[in-house]
Design a protein around this ligand. Structure first.
Ligand SMILES: [Fe+2]
Length: 210
């Protein structure tokens, strides 16, 4: 029987419900279910992710806008585009105004992250005895992306270095905005529970803390 590429699971949420988003998510799901490991899944998703970053037409301006009130602070907008009902996948944009930076944070899920617009510097940290160590600094330009497989490279901070707002696209295997993760103090390495939320949708259990 011919497969419908745009079929979806009941209850999945397409905040941005368009053919390109549905086709991308359907292909990503196929890759994830056919893969034996996160590495293999990410490798299979890479070509379509590169296409998504290169296509200037699919992401409406409202999902590329800064947000004055956001869990990340600094006018940083985290806009949900799609999430799976069971919390196993989310696609969102992260909008960081010029010179703004995120707190140091983690994600607690594997996936792909890439730059759709602008330029960013990314600092990657690892926890050491009693602190945080900066292990790598990367400059990302439009179209650059990387595979994230925790715990490696999971703790990071992102800063926009372009004169224009930067927009990155995240495909991660959790409901990143709604799970409890962590922010970190750079000097002490102190870790605090953190839930960023999304600008445009609520989390189910808004009152619940870990
Ligand atoms: Fe991040």
């Amino acid at each position: 029987m011919e497969q419908d590429e745009t079929r979806s699971v009941p209850g999945d949420e397409y905040v941005l419900d368009t053919p390109p988003v549905r086709a991308f998510i359907a292909a990503a799901r196929e890759s994830i279910s056919a893969a034996f490991s996160p590495e293999e899944a990410c490798e299979a998703i890479r070509p379509r992710f590169a296409e998504l970053l290169a296509d200037a037409t699919w992401l409406p301006a409202e999902y590329q806008a800064a947000a004055s009130e956001s869990g990340m602070g600094g006018g940083i907008g985290q806009w949900l585009l799609h999430r799976a009902e069971d919390g196993s996948l989310s696609l969102f944009s992260l909008v960081v105004p010029p010179a703004s930076e995120t707190p140091i944070h983690d994600h607690l899920a594997w996936g792909l992250v890439g730059l759709y617009r602008g330029a960013q510097d990314e600092e990657i940290y690892r926890e050491t005895n009693g602190g945080l160590e900066l292990v790598e600094r990367r400059a990302l330009g439009t179209g650059d992306f990387y595979v994230l497989i925790p715990p490696r490279d999971d703790i990071h901070r992102v800063r926009t270095t372009s004169a224009e707002t930067s927009v990155s696209i995240h495909l991660l295997t959790n409901d990143t905005g709604c799970v409890w993760r962590h922010t970190y103090e750079p000097a002490s390495g102190d870790r605090k529970p953190f839930r960023s939320g999304y600008v445009n949708v609520a989390c189910d259990d808004d009152a619940a803390a870990p």
